[in-house]
Write a protein of this length. Structure first.
Length: 94
């Protein structure tokens, strides 16, 4: 089980009131609303950072090898997948 620790969070009065209204409407505590907000934000930003790191790695790989697929090749492949068809991954080329 994870160890929990207390953290202070300073909110202006308008934001504090918004959190309290939402908590009341959801029949949750303001604490729960704020924890949920932080958790969702961190998860979203971690995914965004991973995407950024993947893009940087792909760019570095392209600069090293020159291998790529064109946008048209990728779009065609994705369109087939979206239509539920079997589609062979396009081959990378220089």
């Amino acid at each position: 089980m994870a160890t929990l620790s207390t953290t202070s969070l300073k909110l202006d009065s308008a934001m504090k009131e918004r959190v309290h209204r939402l908590a009341s409407a959801r029949r949750r505590s303001p604490h729960w609303v704020m924890r949920e907000a932080v958790e969702q934000y961190v998860e979203r930003e971690e995914k965004r950072e991973q995407l950024r790191q993947d893009a940087l790695a792909a760019w570095a790989d392209y600069q090293t090898t020159g291998l790529h697929v064109t946008a048209q090749e990728a779009d065609s492949w994705l369109a087939k997948l979206q239509a539920g068809k079997r589609a062979v991954i396009p081959k990378c080329h220089v």
